[in-house]
Write a protein of this length. Structure first.
Length: 432
């Protein structure tokens, strides 16, 4: 088995390597190919990864490459964790929003759109290489904005098997299990649970949880309301949660409390990207230590908790034909009655050797669907803009987005976005 990681120089890579080492008995990886366009960073991270594997008895080989086509050749799985433009581009996305009094964030609002315009063409080129060099391989995308990338792959490269993955659902599940454990409920393994989630990536609502097939949501939801009532400044308005009857994904704060989020940006610097750059500098320094062969504790500060758990569990379920349920981003194909079948949704999916199978589920109520449908239209327009360099589609995407600028400011924001990112957007060329 060959697993290729595009963006192998990421600070997340050691966590992923640790996950493969833990599953070495059930997931027979022979070669882990780390590919990155930054040779200095790849040398540091890749060298550390090789020491980790060596210290564990060398169950598989770690090879480094700066050639995408060579890295993809013959792969069974291709994992993407790339960031076009690096952390500096993410910082630019954040301050793009701040300049215009809008949300600046790497997946949400105008920052998320800028990220998508840079990232989608690169992922589509990867899919093109996989079609030729690794037919039948599964593309597992972690690159943000994960939902938009999954939508682009579904619409523009539907013949390449792919799935979008985010750590938010598994982090939510682990948090709930920790609360149950703290209340004396005992240790509960992740394999015994199924989280009922529906929506888009970073725009979803949690509405059920089973443990060994038994629904425990009433207790979970009641406990959530109790915690909100006990907080002096709750993160969510309790009345909103009562009416929804669901627990929103944390990123919905950007939609439900937009003014608060925009105001908080005035405290920058540091923005989140600037914080991460500082964290990564420290991590890379530790990775470069020739005596180190275990991931440092500081890696948890980077974000992406349970990333390796999510990634390796998914590959294990697919390779070993386990039929497990995972919350993933995939074209639902009619699993949600009454919704357009070509929409990519974040939802429960069965994973087996044949692929990713969205499970039939009840639609969201109108109070959620209205927002979801508006953001989905923005996503579809953004995919069109990114894949084809379509400026009118980009304008329409900003106009459609509920967190976008007012109509008479759309062109100014778009011009700023394209100018700021022009070196990464060759499809758009010059001019309006």
């Amino acid at each position: 088995m060959k697993v290729t990681v595009i963006g192998g120089g990421s600070s997340y890579t050691p966590e992923l390597v640790a996950g493969f080492l833990e599953r070495a008995g059930s997931l027979p990886v022979e070669e882990l190919r780390l590919m990155d366009i930054d040779p200095a960073r790849l040398e540091v991270v890749g060298g550390f990864a090789q020491r980790m594997v060596c210290a564990s008895g060398g169950p598989f080989e770690v090879r480094l490459s700066d050639d995408q086509r060579a890295a993809v050749q013959g792969a069974n799985y291709v994992i993407t964790q790339l960031r076009v433009g690096g952390m500096q581009a993410r910082c630019g996305d954040e301050y793009l929003g701040r300049r215009h009094g809008l949300i600046g964030q790497e997946t949400t609002g105008v920052g998320g759109m800028a990220n998508a315009l840079r990232t989608i063409p690169v992922i589509l080129k990867l899919a093109e290489d996989m079609r030729e060099l690794a037919p039948g391989a599964l593309l597992v995308n972690f690159s943000n904005p994960a939902g938009l990338v999954a939508e682009a792959l579904s619409r523009e490269a539907g013949d390449v098997m792919s799935v979008g993955v985010c750590n938010s659902p598994i982090t939510t599940t682990m948090g709930i299990l920790k609360q149950i454990e703290d209340r004396g409920g005992g240790k509960i393994g992740l394999h015994r649970t199924e989280l009922n989630t529906l929506g888009l990536n970073h725009l979803s609502w949690h509405r059920g949880l089973t443990i060994d097939g038994e629904e425990v949501w009433p207790q979970v939801f009641g406990g959530f309301l109790e915690r909100l009532a006990s907080e002096e400044q709750p993160s969510w308005d309790p009345r909103t949660i009562e009416v929804l009857g669901m627990i929103p994904n944390g990123y919905l704060e950007y939609y439900y409390y937009s003014d608060r989020k925009v105001a908080s940006q005035q405290a920058w610097p540091p923005s989140r990207a600037e914080q991460v750059m500082e964290i990564e500098a420290g991590l890379l320094k530790q990775y470069a230590d020739p005596e180190r062969n275990e991931p440092p504790a500081e890696l948890m500060r980077r974000g992406g908790a349970y990333y390796s758990t999510m990634a390796v569990r998914l590959l294990n379920a697919h390779h070993n034909d386990l039929g497990e349920t995972h919350v993933l981003n995939a074209r639902h194909g009619g699993a949600v009655a009454g919704w357009p079948e070509d929409w990519v949704l974040e939802m429960g999916c069965r994973v087996d050797r044949a692929g990713i199978h969205p499970l039939p589920t009840e639609p969201l109520p109108p109070v959620c669907f209205g927002l979801l449908a508006q953001v989905k239209m923005y996503e579809i327009l953004t995919v069109q803009a990114a894949a084809h360099g379509d400026r009118d589609a980009a304008f329409a995407a900003l106009l459609a987005h509920p967190l976008g600028p007012e109509a008479d400011r759309v062109q100014a924001v778009l011009d700023d976005m394209l100018h700021t990112n022009q070196r990464y957007l060759p499809r758009f060329g010059e001019g309006r």
